[in-house]
Design a protein around this ligand. Sequence first.
Ligand code: SF4
Length: 279
Amino acid sequence: MSELACETDWRQRILIGGFAPATLHDWPGRQTATIFLRGCPWRCAYCHNPQLQRRGREPGLCWADIEARLNDPRSALEGVVFSGGEACVDRHLPDAIAAVAAMGFRVGLHTNGAYPDRLAAILPLLDWVGFDLKTDYDHYDTLTGVPGSGARASESARLVVASGVEHEFRLTWHHSIMTEEAALLAGHFAHHLGARRFVLQQFRPEGLRPDAQPGVSDVPMHLIAALAALFEDFALRRELCGLAEPLACVPERIPNENTDRSAITSAPADDQSRPFDQH
Ligand code: SF4
């Protein structure tokens, strides 16, 4: 097969589930586009992108559409983030990363760490990783519904820190899915790995199935303070990142970046209806 034929092949085979042409949330501090790939091997009950859990080709964007959007000369994008589902599930992710980098963009990845071997192979190609830590080791498999997920996530987390790639670990807390003790254990795990930045995400209901809505759950102040004490760079995040709209191509959204990297104060009372996310 010729080189051109190979290139055409992956562009036709990659399974794209959505595209956000401009956002400030998915790689905090940068204006990026986000490409959502289909498929995830885990089944978290509170998944914000359940429509992306399963693989399968559906009508929507193809790679050529995305390249055209990224090449728009009016674009002020600084980078491109690959998200999901779990983007590493798609074996064409390395080709897509290389293509985006060749266009001159910095490349970020949201990952849950389900594929440590694949992650190890692409880490040298990445400029930033947003690692979605789900819970502490002992509760991982229950939360994801998949045996062995905790071991895979642990290995991937170790790889991310060891790689030296810029990263943030983020943990989404809601009292119905995780105890405070589990959240603290997860934070200590990231701390002992040497994670530089940790974000505690306030649970938000967007994207959840109606039967999976857990209701409001404010993050306790003492949990925020205990986790903040572990990291030089800690943030409480209230906005939602990595949300793929049901449509394949979502409209531009360049909202205020209100990630508060310094404040470890409690959420304001009027924010209590806006609980948090994972990727
Ligand atoms: S929350 Fe993330 S890891 Fe869990 S099922 Fe959804 S996409 Fe997969």
